[in-house]
Write a new protein. Sequence first.
Length: 487
Amino acid sequence: MTLTIPSFTLSSIGPWLTLTGTAILILLVDALSPKGRKAYFPQLSLLGLGIALLQTFRLWNHTGTDFARMVYVDNFAFFFYAVFILGTALTVLISRHYLEDYGKNLGEYYALLLFATLGMMLLAAGAHLIMIFLGLEVMSIAVYVLAGLFREDAKSNEAALKYLVLGAFSSAFLLFGIAMLYGATGGSLYLDDMAARLAQAGALTQPLTLLALALFIVGFGFKVASVPFHMWTPDVYEGAPTSITAFMAVGVKAAAFAAFARVLFLAFPALKVDWVMILWVLAVATMTLGNVVAIAQTNIKRMLAYSSIAHAGYLLVALVAANQLGAVSLLYYLLAYTLMNLGAFGVVILVGRKKDSYLSIYDYSGLGFQHPALAAAMALFMFALAGIPPTAGFVGKFYIFSAAVQAGYIWLAIIGVMNSLVSVFYYLRITVLMYMKPPEAELGPVAFTPALTTVLLVTAVGVLLIGIFPGFLYNLAVNSVKIFPSL
């Protein structure tokens, strides 16, 4: 028997190798450092992320597959690489001060962040369904552990356990969907082959294919926190460390949408009528429930959790549109959401103080008089999340609803706009409390560390910059979605 080793190019997975090597190095440094001595874990993490970003830029405009067609090498994957790296780098910056307040300068924390980012990249670039499943598990297992980082905190333990149990169910649904699709396609799991194979198989495998599609929607629906698969989100977001809540809200959601879009646009174009109908209903339910329930929340993390659910609904509208503008708006909005959400969580960490002492929305009363700069930043992020011009949130929603109108889903766009109006109430409530109510708690001086100041500046400037000048990012997104022939 002749053993054939397929040709491959290591540079095509350079960012993966860099993040893996950096994570292992951090674990080794942590294990070999004298007890009690603080190692430079954040700096090492940022160095690895910076090198991975440079490698991603060097790969830009490459097209094709590698590693026996298991991995896509294209701009769609590279765009998401940049989003993941940016989100992880900002998470690292907001983490150091937060972890020191808890006395947790743990090397494994930063290693797990990098491993989770690696899993996200696998999801974005997977050309084979087993590769996508592998990415999902690498990302999920790392985030399960991070959610339960504070072992002595009952809420953190509860968050990790709920996420683990429900996440395992969602992974099982996805795996069953892969098995069904394997049977329907006659033994192939390559995304490139599936559309043609499913079209050839015809009516004989139609029930099996529809069942596979339903299971995929359940599996990915859990990861993006769409209704009715959202039950874990508020409790996990509230119980997890705030820096990890921010990471989950942006990174996990972006990675799941990257894989979801690839699977729908490449494997299931023939079933577009079926999955568009399902996602239309899910988008409306997700937007509506997220926004309506967020109004009743008084804990800032739970409010942002339901806000995250609502934004998943907006992103589902982009998938429902299933046209080029829809795909472009998906990419644009995920980057905008990363900036405005991480900025908001940076403010939450600064206001929350040691061990998250101030997490009620009423703790923000009078913040505009006690800490004007912090209140101004929070107001900007709330305006962006609400979709008020000239922020990136407004432009992102404009693109998404324009895509829905272009595709003929007028009522979906109208419902989306109405939901955005509902969301204005609870976002602006924070601003009203900050500027129009007397302080309920004396917060004292805020520890503006260089890292947290950098996060607030980068996110605030980014939200305004890509909101006022969206052209460059729009063109990048258009270039990234050309790989989908069905759009």
